[in-house]
Design a protein around this ligand. Structure first.
Ligand code: FES
Length: 198
């Protein structure tokens, strides 16, 4: 290649691209400003979204207070039950009679939909205290059977009026659509008359 005077101008090395024409100074500054402003706005928006999420991750005082609850069971006579509330859900605390214990123990658990013995669902040495969630494992209705005069169903435990699930005296599912036994929540006896749930 030659210029107007015929002087040879060396070819640019292969791969070198012509330099881009610089943008006017004001244009660069304006573009930078718009970019920075956009990033800043995104940052503020991000903070606004993240803060409530972070603040919700910390358990509030009332939730912490409900993480466990202690219940006095001294007034529950054999054959009776009470309903308590734990984590905003019903819990049944039932004092089984010797007959109800015998009935539960007589079942061949291999025939059960959700096999478990009464002993596995109660505390050692306190087999008469059946403590379960009062939440049907089908669709979450509260079964009948813990309140005075409520029907207990044909297996003598609990009966769910929503779709007819029937639980036995160990609160095991025996009939109807519920797939599992009533759940036994984590619990312990802090004394002979106080149960701590949770
Ligand atoms: S919710 Fe209990 S049987 Fe459906």
């Amino acid at each position: 290649m030659a210029n107007d005077q015929g002087t040879a101008i060396p070819d640019a090395p292969a791969g070198d691209l012509p330099a881009a024409a610089p943008l006017p100074h004001d244009g660069v500054r304006r573009r930078d400003f718009i970019h920075i402003a956009a990033v800043s706005a995104a940052g503020i928006g991000g903070l606004a979204v993240v803060y409530p999420l972070i603040s919700q991750m910390g358990a509030s005082a009332d939730v912490l207070a409900e993480s466990s609850t202690e219940i006095d069971i001294s007034a529950i006579q054999p054959g009776q039950a009470i309903k308590a509330v734990w984590r905003k859900q019903p819990v049944f605390l039932r004092n089984l009679t010797p007959q109800e214990i015998a009935k539960a123990d007589a079942v061949d658990i291999t025939t059960l939909r959700d096999p478990a013995t009464l002993a596995e669902r109660t505390t050692a040495g306190k087999k008469n205290w059946l403590i379960t969630m009062g939440v049907c494992t089908h669709l979450g209705c509260v079964p009948l059977g813990a309140g005075a005069g409520e029907i207990k169903g044909e297996f003598g435990g609990y009966f769910c009026p929503c779709h007819g699930s029937v639980y036995d005296t160990a609160a095991r599912i025996r009939k109807g659509p519920a797939p599992k036994n009533l759940e036994v929540p984590l619990h312990s006896f802090t004394s002979d008359t106080i149960v701590k749930i949770g």
